[in-house]
Design a protein around this ligand. Structure first.
Ligand SMILES: *Cc1c(COP(=O)(O)O)cnc(C)c1O
Length: 378
């Protein structure tokens, strides 16, 4: 009954075996003693944080990272026991949340560290170091400021991190840049240790950092997209060819709500943006841009799978509905299932294909999958 209810409209199926497989495959790329610290921000890349983090914990994961304090709080409320690192800025107004829910905060620069230090109680902190991305982290050049951050009275510095920004590219200049970032990070850590800083945990790799620069001496790898078994884009550099070893965890499926015949010359949807050139059979799907199906897939840009065959999106994607051409797919009726991401028959639409069709990357498609979608672990 519950399953039928959850599958009544548009829904996400999560493959727990695939998730466990990916954890095992990625762990192999780490040196002994190092651990995965999966990135479960943005509702675990749209997969559903509660289901995913519980499954990860049962697979032995002991540390997670998220973007903001409210995500960490929600995980604690969901019973997650492991370490939770907040990667982004947290405002002093929310330091209470860090303390109450035992969250670890990234010091995103020197002045953030000063703010953290002013909070009356000790806070658990990882020190961010900027090695060239110029987003977050105190500049690696400012050794004495970094050192000061480690010694601030109310900062319990448990680690240090940097972020690689072109580790997904095999362009020689990008490989050179990444190697420069890696060297700068380890050099900085070494100097700080010589200056007397205690740095129990260091980490620098996200998914592509781990895939393409594996076995670096590290304590964690902050794997996001790879632990979900996906690539950010078809063309991404994947040195170890892990493509067929990592299995997609998520499938996005949708109920067909209505099937109808239209005649040549009749039009479909808002703006009457599509006009049939010949008699057609079309289907309405119970999913729209409010569910995260990009409106950019309108006008034939996107497709779904029905009975292993591709059905093109016609007209404009609506907020809650989308129409597709099923003229050449026999026997389609209301109540059937269409696949937006995932397998059907011998065909498969990878998430990066949907992203390509919409002019973006997999991560954006996934992270915007809506609240309204039911999530089911199978
Ligand atoms: C999101 C994020 C990650 C995970 O990135 P993926 O490329 O999805 O593996 C790791 N580290 C930081 C700092 C991030 O913001």
């Amino acid at each position: 009954m519950r399953a039928a209810f959850e599958r009544s409209r548009a829904y996400i199926e999560l493959d727990e075996k695939a998730l466990k497989n990916n954890i095992a495959v990625l762990k192999e790329l780490l040196p002994p003693g190092a651990e995965l610290m999966p990135a479960v921000k943005a509702n675990a890349y749209g997969h559903g944080n509660a289901l995913v983090t519980r499954a990860m914990e049962s697979a032995g994961i002991k540390a997670f990272c998220v973007a903001c304090a409210s995500e960490g709080k929600a995980m604690r409320e969901n019973g997650i026991k492991g370490d939770i690192l907040i990667l982004g800025y947290t405002d002093p107004a929310q330091f209470e949340v860090l303390s109450r829910y035992d969250l670890i905060q990234t010091a995103v620069d020197f002045s953030h560290a000063e703010e953290l230090n002013k909070y009356g109680k000790q806070l658990r902190v990882h020190i961010g170091i900027d090695t060239g991305m110029h987003r977050l982290g105190e500049s690696a050049e400012n050794i004495y400021r970094l050192k000061e951050m480690f010694f601030m009275e109310n900062i319990r510095a448990e680690g240090a991190l940097t972020h690689l920004c072109v580790s997904d590219s095999d362009a020689p200049c990008d490989i050179e840049f990444t190697n420069m970032q890696i060297k700068k990070f380890y050099d900085t850590i070494e100097v700080l240790k010589k200056e007397g800083c205690s740095i129990p945990k260091v980490h620098l790799q996200a998914s592509y950092g781990l895939l393409n620069y594996s076995q670096l001496p590290t304590d964690y790898a902050r794997v996001g997209i790879a632990v979900y078994g996906m690539k950010s884009a078809r063309s991404d550099y994947d040195k170890l060819n892990t493509d067929d070893k990592l299995k997609p965890v998520l499938s996005l499926k949708v109920r067909i709500s209505s099937v109808r015949a239209i005649k040549a010359g009749e039009s479909v949807g808002y703006g009457l943006a599509f006009t049939a050139e010949h008699d057609m059979k079309i289907a309405a799907l119970a999913i729209g841009y409010a569910d995260g199906l990009p409106r950019a897939l309108s006008g034939g840009a996107g497709k779904v799978l029905i009975d292993g065959k591709r059905a093109q999106i016609i007209g404009r994607v609506c907020m809650d509905q989308t129409m597709v051409d099923v003229t050449d797919i026999p026997g389609v009726s209301a109540g059937d299932i269409a696949i937006v991401i995932g397998k059907s028959g011998s065909d498969e639409i990878a998430a990066y294909e949907v992203a390509e069709d919409a002019g973006t990357i997999t991560n954006e498609i996934l992270s915007r999958l809506g609240e309204r979608l039911a999530r089911i672990m199978i």
